[in-house]
Design a protein around this ligand. Sequence first.
Ligand code: CO
Length: 331
Amino acid sequence: MIIDIHSHFYPDSIFDMETRFGSGSWPGFRKVSAEKGMITLDGKDYRPIYDACWNPARRIEELDKYGVDIQIMCATPILFAYEKPAKESLECAKLMNDEALKMCEHNPRRLKTMCQVPLQDIDLACKEVGRAMESGHVAVQIGNHVGDKNLDDEGLITFLQHCASIDAPVLIHPWDMMSPERMPNYMLQWLVAMPAETQLSILSLILSGAFERLPKSLKLCFAHGGGSFAYLMGRVDNAWRERDIVRKDCPNLPSSYVNRFFVDSAVFSNDALDLLVKCSGSERVMFGTDYPFPLGEIDMGALVRHHPSLKDDEKASILGANAARFFNIEI
Ligand code: CO
C-alpha cells in the first residue's frame, strides 16, 4: 500500500477573493488552456500549474501511472491567508476545505485531504479543524509560522493541544519565507529559506520546551524531510551542551526529541534519505512527493523504492504503513 502524504491542490474554480472581500491582494488563477493554468499574485504570474491541481480524474491517472494507491491533498500555502482579517481567512478556509472534499468524492478510497484553518485566530482555527475533521478531512495542514509567531507561541501551542485532543494529525508546511528581499532570484526562497523555515519551527518547539507541554499523542509531521534539521542535529546538540542560553528552557538533549515528530521523504537524494532514516527512524518517515508542483518528486516513489540500502520492511513502512497509522487510514 503506497500512500503519498504530501500533495497539493488548487481549484480552477478559484473563488474570486478580491471581489468577494473587496480588499487585500488575494492569489488568483488564470486558465491558459483546458489543461494548463497560472496562479497569480499581486497581478503577476506566480506559478504555472496543470490540471492535476483541480481535476481528480487526471490525478488518479497519474497515481496509476506511478503505482501510488492513496494520495492526501492539502492546500497550496499561498492560500493560508494568515495575514488577512481572520473572518476572511476563515471563509477562504471553509471554501477550500469543502472544495477539497468535493474533489475526493471522485474516488474517496484513493483521494484524501487535509484542511486549512485561519491560524491567526486560535478560536476560529480550533472550530474549523473540528468542523473539517467531522466532515471527512483526515488531518490539518498549517503554515510553519504566523507572521512573527513561531510554533512555540502560546496560541499556536493551544492549537496543537486542541489537535491532539481531537486526534487531528498536523502537517507543518513552510511558507512565507524569511528574507525574500535577499532571495529574489533562482527560486532561492524555496531552496534556501524553506528548509531553514522548517528548521526554525522544529527548534522552536524543542528549545522552548514546548514538547514537554504537548501531549505525546500529538501527531506532528514536518514537510520536506524536516528541512535542514537532520543534517544540523549534531550542531544543535553541541550548542545545547556548550551554552546555557541554548538549554535554558530545554531540559533534554535536543536530539532526544526526534521521536516526537514525523517527516516526509521529499529530500531527492539517496544519501539525504539515508541520513533522515538514521535520524528519525524508518517508523517516522512517510512518503511525500509535493506533487503536482515542479519541485516535487516527478517519478513518484522512485527515491524510496530504488534506495540502495534501505531494507524492504523499512521501505514498506515509509511508503505506506506509517501513514496509514498516522492518518488513521484503513487499508
Ligand atoms: Co508542499
